[in-house]
Design a protein around this ligand. Structure first.
Ligand code: PEP
Ligand code: MN
Length: 357
């Protein structure tokens, strides 16, 4: 449920509504817009008498939100959310953001070297993994805390905000101390304790969709971030499982480009696409980057390495620095060409399910 307050509602009236909701053991999230304040109800809202709430002083309306994810829905926050990190704005009408760097941080020199060319090519955020989620215990697991030091130093020296993955709850504090944006990776999308602990830092979160999650499920887990009072949320489509069975996939994952406009329509939060993990192939990064921006992505996460044959992880999908400037240039041009006001994501275009068979 969303409780919409009248523009004239007093602070006391707002507090009284919050008190009433909390008295039932429910939580609240308050969203103050330019013209109105909306209270999002967290928990089993059946406990709340809808009609009575509507009659409370200062209340304009109480709206039941039909989707399982209420706080990340456009019904709760109608206007695009812009997430800011340093001088970089992400989402809404901001120009596309490019988060680039190696899969793994291997040394300060490696990160700085790659970050420098990425910045010259137009990247605004430096990425690099310090705590790596790996399938095999025999693979490189990341430099850990030492990698975080390199990330912070390289970000500072290059004048770029940084993003890196947090892999477990015990790392939340140190990752929050060293990075500007905290990434929750695809393998941890279902880890509710990690999500909530990360949300409580208040830092921007790049929340990746699992390769095995439906969009509804993904948004239900994203809901936990806003339920913990963190609206610095960046959604990220990074590819889903390719078809199995006897069909031999050509790509590591399938970048689900349908998800981009669906997420844009369902939620006000910035949507980032990751064509590196979404394809697993260097040669597909340029076309999939263009496609993602054309589909409405607010930005891209692209892995870059200048010596992919020596990379300690994901060398096959690392873009060469020389390829990055061209991709960014074309994507910026594409972004300018597309006039979203023709088909705004924030308006009701129907749920697209009518013709679904
Ligand atoms: C990464 O960004 O390096 C990464 C491991 O991503 P994902 O969680 O999408 O696999
Ligand atoms: Mn990677």
């Amino acid at each position: 449920m969303s409780i919409v307050m009248k523009p004239s509602a007093t602070k006391g009236e707002l507090e009284e509504v919050i008190r009433r909701v909390k008295a039932l053991g429910l939580g609240t999230d308050v969203s103050s817009g330019e013209f109105q304040t909306v209270i999002g109800v967290i928990g089993d809202e059946k406990k709340l008498d809808f009609d009575q709430v509507k009659l409370m002083p200062g209340v304009y309306d109480a709206i039941r939100i039909q989707v399982p994810y209420r706080l990340v829905s456009r019904s709760y926050i109608p206007k695009d959310v812009v997430v800011k990190v340093g001088d970089v704005s992400m989402g809404g009408d901001s120009p596309p953001v490019y988060m680039c760097g190696p899969c793994s941080i291997e040394s300060y020199e490696q990160l700085y070297r790659i970050g420098k060319v990425a910045k010259e090519a137009g990247a605004q955020v430096l990425r690099g993994g310090a705590y790596k989620p790996r399938t095999s215990v025999h693979s490189f697991q990341g430099l850990g805390d030492e990698g975080l030091e390199h990330l912070q130093a390289a970000g500072r020296d290059l004048g770029l905000p940084t993003v890196t993955e947090v892999r477990s709850e015990t790392e939340v504090e140190i990752v929050a101390k060293h990075a500007d944006i905290i990434q929750i990776g695809a393998r941890n999308m279902f880890n509710q304790d990690l999500i909530e602990a990360t949300a409580r830092t208040g830092k921007p979160i790049l929340f990746k969709r699992s390769f095995a999650a439906q969009i509804d499920e993904y948004l239900s887990f994203a809901e936990r971030i806003v339920a913990n009072h963190n609206k610095n949320l960046l959604l990220c489509e990074r590819g889903i499982m390719p078809l199995g069975g006897s069909f031999k996939p050509q790509t590591r994952f399938t970048l689900d480009l349908n998800a981009v406009p669906i997420l844009r329509r369902e939620t006000p939060f910035p949507v980032i696409a990751d064509p590196s993990h979404g394809t697993g192939r260097r040669d597909l990064i340029a076309p999939m980057s263009r496609a993602a921006i054309a589909a409405g992505a607010h930005g891209l996460m692209i892995e870059v390495h200048d010596r992919p044959e020596e990379a300690l992880s994901d060398g096959a999908q690392a873009l060469l620095p020389s390829q990055l400037a061209g991709i960014i240039r074309t994507c910026n041009l594409l972004h300018k060409t597309i006039d979203e006001s023709e088909t705004p994501f924030s308006s009701d275009l129907g749920d697209g399910k009518d013709g679904h068979r």
